[in-house]
Write a protein that binds this ligand. Sequence first.
Ligand SMILES: [Zn+2]
Length: 264
Amino acid sequence: MRLIYILAILTFIGMAALWGGWYGLCRRKLAAALAAACILGGGVLLLLAVLPGNSFYGTTVTANPAAGKNVALTFDDGPYPPYTDELLAVLQQRQVKATFFMVAANARQHPELVAQIAAQGHEVALHALQHRDFLKLTPAQQQSDVAAGKELLEKLSGQQITLMRPPHGFRDWSVLATLRQNGLTAVNWSVIPRDWTNPGSGVIVQRVMEQVQPGAIILLHDGDSPKYAASREQTVQAVPVIIDKLRAAGYNFVTVSELMHKGE
Ligand SMILES: [Zn+2]
């Protein structure tokens, strides 16, 4: 079921109640209460779809507290030269394995980067074929995007793709059903330093250190889809500092798939 249909039905009921109350077909207090309930219910359902840390619409992995002092660095929206290249050098130098949630259309443009990411032992995961709001796509559009994106990434990386982060982390019953049908687990995050707003590399580091918990999934960006305009230099500068500080605090870096199986 798509959330957008539920919201349309609630809007219709709310409007009908107000109309009925206005023209005296039902008591005005009752009409107002029904309209308010529709607005509140719709708002709560929408929030649950866009907030990253709940499984209301189905299982969404956001962290694994049972994983102890292991965390997963994740990078969205790439590959995106030269920042993905620079990040790979940082990760290799510090012997850290990360997870890249790729826009498959970008991966098609930069197959050499996908191959390099896989060769360095990082996990390749799907963000989408194209970076669109999946809540606005029909189930058929969702299915064709996810199936094509997964197939492309599997061909380019040589890895089996098992994880997907829907664009913006937005999901409802329909989005999660599409993922399940394609053998994909939905993954969001527990640490969000908002690096895409380029607040300064020091701020990115500070936010990660403030939010980190055992088993955290840390959201960062090596890309800028679908605009392909912003610099990711601040993220590239922040990542080695984040790695050093978290290591000093006793944390170890694993891929998201590894993190999910820790503590079992
Ligand atoms: Zn994204």
